[in-house]
Design a protein around this ligand. Structure first.
Ligand code: LIP
Ligand code: MG
Ligand code: MG
Length: 268
């Protein structure tokens, strides 16, 4: 990794740790977990999500004034969600807000950094690490001996819920050892990267949920795919992250659908 990128990554790690501390403290303070809603009554946000995103963006802007941002809460406030070739920080200040609100103790501060529309950190084959320890995906080749992670998302339209359950039924019937969900895409992807689960899939995620996780999974030896096979498109809101191409064949069992893309022009 060149010095410039290393410098950017060091800053990302430092600001993620700082943000993590704010989230950790807020977990113990009911007032900082007051709930507001966004796209639906189960799409939650708190002042802490907004505060943490602000903290990260201000800190980065000070050091790298020309860089661009895609932040979950900035987009919710009306900013465009467009990935250009420019250096861009893709931020989910609290991934797992529902967990956070309920003190269910799995949340992540997710920060990805892209240049030329490619997520950069780690792409040069330097590996993925958790507190200095290298991560490695599971070597399991048999989907029947696998744990698959997924989420239910925050869209409760009947048709969407039907499709989620249809996929789940198909996957349970393979049969797999188990199905799990941490309540955060970023943590689910880190679980794939660390070999605790063999694969994670979800339709309905956003680019800020998966940008950082995608490079962590690849650097830990895993593969990314669209839920109908083929290359993943981080703006498509569909993702499969698996330990290898064999387990990634769970895509055959997924009842795929296409939510509105993250980069769709705003409707008037
Ligand atoms: O809103 P948030 O807590 O940052 O992110 C959440 C994801 O991590 C989760 O996996 C998904 O099921 C939810 O729909 C939501 O996108
Ligand atoms: Mg999220
Ligand atoms: Mg979030």
């Amino acid at each position: 990794m060149d010095d410039v990128l290393q410098n950017i990554m060091d800053h990302a790690v430092a600001v993620a740790r700082e943000a993590g501390q704010v989230v950790r403290e807020a977990l113990c303070d009911e007032k900082q977990r007051d709930v507001m809603t966004k796209s639906s009554t189960v799409d939650l946000v708190t002042q802490t999500d907004q505060r943490v995103e602000h903290l990260i963006i201000q800190s980065v802007k000070k050091k790298f004034p020309t860089h661009r941002f895609i932040g979950e809460e900035s987009v919710a406030a009306g900013e465009a969600c467009v990935l250009t070739d420019d250096p861009t920080w893709i931020i989910d200040p609290i991934d797992g807000t529902t967990n956070f609100v309920h003190s269910f103790p799995f949340v992540a501060v997710s920060i990805g950094f892209s240049v030329d529309k490619k997520i950069q950190f780690g792409v040069e084959g330097k590996g993925a690490f958790c507190n200095g320890e290298p991560l490695q995906v599971s070597d399991q080749e048999d989907v029947r001996r696998s744990i698959i992670a997924t989420e239910f998302g925050s869209n409760r339209e009947t048709e969407t819920v039907e499709k989620i359950f249809s996929s789940l039924r198909n996957i349970l019937n393979i049969p797999v050892h188990g199905v799990r969900g941490a309540g955060t895409a970023a943590v689910n992807m880190c679980l794939v990267a660390s070999g605790c689960v063999e694969a994670y899939y979800e339709v309905g995620v956003h680019v800020w949920d998966v940008a950082a996780g995608s490079v962590i999974v690849e650097e830990a030896g895993g593969v990314l795919m669209d839920v109908e096979g083929g290359p993943v498109d981080l703006m498509s809101r569909r993702i499969v992250a698996a330990n290898n191409g064999t387990v990634a064949h769970i895509v055959k069992e997924i009842d795929a659908f296409s939510p509105t893309r993250d980069d769709a022009p705003p409707t008037q």
